[in-house]
Design a protein around this ligand. Structure first.
Ligand SMILES: NC(=O)C1=CN([C@@H]2O[C@H](COP(=O)(O)OP(=O)(O)OC[C@H]3O[C@@H](n4cnc5c(N)ncnc54)[C@H](O)[C@@H]3O)[C@@H](O)[C@H]2O)[C@@H](O)CC1
Ligand SMILES: Nc1ncnc2c1ncn2[C@@H]1O[C@H](COP(=O)(O)OP(=O)(O)OP(=O)(O)O)[C@@H](O)[C@H]1O
Length: 403
């Protein structure tokens, strides 16, 4: 990674956020967890959805939706491109998989071709339209938008992106679905290919449905003096180092903080994944300056799919933070920060446990399997929030800090 990404430095002036802040983030996270007695009906602990999955990537939406379920959501839906539905259903009977988006014609495998599977994949890749650099205002996949619109009012949080791919027709439909979720005021996670979508269709100058929905949201939320209202639902962006720099480039932002000020709102968060996770947000409280670090020890294994597990943990945690029945928690200015910090810790504890058991053979399925035990650790251990503060800057290379 080039030097320009390595601009974060530990700032000892800010120092370590001491334990015992009232309430500490982990204590606040624990107050978000639905009470067993409150779970009188299926769906009470969350109905969440992942919009993602295409011909190439069926693991990513599976990991994200299952991680949401293992974190505690009662029902997890996957809205995927048609060809991904059967493989995802085959991965997990626990998921409700709804074939939704249609890929461009060139990407649909021809069933009457005489070539073998490898020839066919290569032919598909050669025929595949290039990823779009901009998207039209309208979609020709009205079916996908309609289906998603029918389910949306029942959902408590939606994650866009895991395994979505870059097919222009799919991205065209998904920008409408994302705009609908923004208008619905439901917590949204924007991950993986949906971060790419945001970069090509979410800028102020883009003549797209998504850009207009984000502008209207900013206007609506800024009417409250810049502070997040209790009704505001967060947008949570989860870039890795490469996605983060692509995002800053698309929005011509010099730093994540500029992105938050100019594109997002006071309710929103950017979770920058890496050696340490950095949680960026609009800080109004000197006790929790942005970015806040999650330095929970994770795993040295960098297998694919770990970001999807984090996406699912965030999905359930954000749904809980948004719907929390405890009025004092619902009004707490840091409830979304606590939800994100808890999800980051949960994922890293699960990765650490998986690595301890599987070492070099650790894969995302092993991390997923540890989400349940990791949750118990998070829920029951004494509160020791490992939070530190660094200077604001651009996205960092994952290799730029030592724990
Ligand atoms: N089993 C599956 O179905 C999986 C599917 N995935 C999906 O695959 C699609 C493409 O994801 P990509 O992540 O490849 O995205 P991109 O196509 O944007 O590629 C990003 C590249 O950056 C590299 N990279 C990531 N973090 C880095 C770091 N800290 N420093 C240097 N390089 C870094 C990656 O190796 C990758 O080659 C997405 O839809 C994603 O959700 C992944 O989630 C992995 C698992
Ligand atoms: N160098 C690292 N050391 C320890 N943990 C890391 C490191 N980099 C990332 N992580 C952790 O791994 C998880 C996934 O982050 P990663 O950067 O791999 O996401 P991603 O590239 O989007 O994943 P995916 O393969 O699912 O697309 C996060 O919980 C993050 O905290």
């Amino acid at each position: 990674m080039s030097q320009r990404h390595r601009t974060f430095t530990m700032n000892t002036e800010h120092g370590v956020v001491p334990d015992g802040r009232e309430p500490s983030l982990i204590n606040l996270y624990r107050r978000l967890i639905p009470d067993w007695t409150a779970l009188a009906h299926k769906g009470g602990a969350g109905r969440v959805a992942v919009v993602g999955g295409c011909l190439e990537y069926t693991g990513a939406p599976y990991f994200a939706a299952m991680a949401a379920t293992y974190t505690g959501a009662d029902l997890a839906y996957v809205f995927c491109e048609q060809s991904a539905a059967i493989p995802i259903k085959a991965h997990a009977a626990d998921l409700i998989v709804i074939p939704t988006m249609h890929a461009s014609e060139a990407r649909i495998p021809a069933t009457n071709q005489r070539e073998g599977p490898v020839d066919r994949v290569l032919a598909e890749q050669a025929d595949a339209p290039p990823p779009p650099t901009s998207l039209p205002a309208e979609t020709d996949d009205a079916y996908a938008v309609h289906i998603f619109g029918q389910w949306l009012p029942r959902l408590h949080a939606v994650a866009f992106g895991p395994g979505l791919g870059r097919d222009p027709r799919v991205l065209g439909a998904v920008q409408h679905m994302l705009a609908m979720a923004v208008e619905q005021r439901v917590p949204i996670i924007i991950d993986a290919d949906a971060l790419y979508l945001l970069g090509v269709a979410g800028r102020a100058g883009d003549d797209t449905r998504l850009s207009r929905a984000l502008a209207a949201r900013r206007q609506r939320e800024s009417a409250h003096g810049g502070a997040a209202t209790t009704a505001a639902a967060p947008l949570v962006l989860t870039p890795n180092a490469v996605e983060g720099n692509r995002l800053l480039h698309s929005f011509q932002s010099a730093a994540v903080e500029r992105l938050l000020e100019e594109v997002l709102t006071a309710a929103d968060l950017v979770v920058e994944k890496g050696t340490l996770d950095r949680l960026h947000f609009c800080a109004t409280d000197a006790r929790y300056p942005s970015p806040l670090l999650c330095s929970e020890r994770g795993s040295p294994r960098r297998c694919g799919g770990q970001g999807d597990v984090l996406c699912g943990a965030l999905l359930t945690s954000m749904a809980w933070a948004h719907r929390c029945l405890d009025e004092s928690v619902r009004r707490h200015p840091h409830r979304y920060l606590a939800a994100a910090h808890g999800a980051c810790r949960l994922t890293r504890i699960a990765a650490r446990m998986a690595f301890a058991e599987r070492y070099r053979a650790t894969v995302a399925s092993d991390v997923l399997a540890q989400v349940g035990p990791a949750f118990r650790t998070l829920e029951c251990e004494p509160a020791t929030p490992p939070t530190r503060v660094v200077q604001a800057g651009t996205f960092a290379d994952a290799s730029d800090e030592q724990r």
